[in-house]
Design a protein around this ligand. Structure first.
Ligand code: ADP
Length: 199
């Protein structure tokens, strides 16, 4: 079985940055967020199912999914949210598995932002947590998304907290310094994963 590392961490912790560094070493990246977007592109069966379930009002003028509207529809309605998850989750998981099967690197990295919130542990063998302080998360996310403090704080608050993430980690990469320091951490883990993959 192929070694699959699950990469997770809070919003703005540095998951994408870390994944890009592994990719630069030739490691295949399977990104759950990318897949979640791709499966609801116009023409995809999941989009058809969403329209059947929630009505054409979830489509924008150009026929693409109006995520904001859909989010509003399911937000206050657990049954609808369940229905939506029933459409999306099996397809996301199937596509993730498919991408792992296609991967040619010695091991691969699956980016699962909400790993601890949603539990997809069966797809991976090890958990790598990108760790940083809530303060840095806040600063970096505000800057990246041009977002205001309250909105980002709200997201950080509803996510699993730092200690819970660290407690669930097999490996931890600290993202407290500059990108050069981060890259040194990635390099060390890459060597470790290469030797694990050889076994
Ligand atoms: P995530 O994918 O976990 O939400 P990102 O990788 O997008 O986080 O990082 C959030 C923002 O912080 C991005 O704009 C990224 O370029 C920046 N960033 C991440 N790590 C560092 C670092 N060590 N030094 C400076 N900027 C960083």
């Amino acid at each position: 079985m192929k070694l699959v590392i699950g990469l997770t961490g809070g919003i703005g912790s540095g998951k994408t940055t870390v994944a890009n560094m592994f990719a630069a070493y030739g490691i295949n990246i399977v990104d759950m967020d990318v897949i979640a977007h791709a499966i609801v592109e116009p023409g995809q069966p999941a989009l058809q199912e969403i329209v059947s379930a929630f009505g054409a009002e979830v489509l924008g003028r150009d026929g693409s999914l109006n995520r904001q509207h859909l989010r509003k529809l399911v937000f206050a309605d657990p049954a609808k949210r369940k229905q939506l998850e029933g459409i999306l989750h099996p397809r996301i998981r199937a596509e993730a598995r498919h991408q792992v099967d296609k991967a040619t690197s010695p091991y691969c990295m699956m980016v699962i932002p909400l790993l601890f919130e949603t539990g997809q542990n069966d797809l991976i063998q090890r958990i790598l947590v990108v760790d940083t302080t809530p303060d840095l998360q806040l600063q970096r996310t505000m800057q990246r998304d041009n977002a205001n403090r309250e909105d980002v704080e709200k997201i950080i608050r509803v996510q699993v907290d730092r200690n819970a993430r660290l407690a669930g980690a097999d490996d931890i990469i600290e993202n407290l310094g500059d990108e050069a320091a981060l890259l040194a951490g990635v390099e060390a883990l890459h060597q470790k994963y290469l030797s694990l993959a050889e076994r």
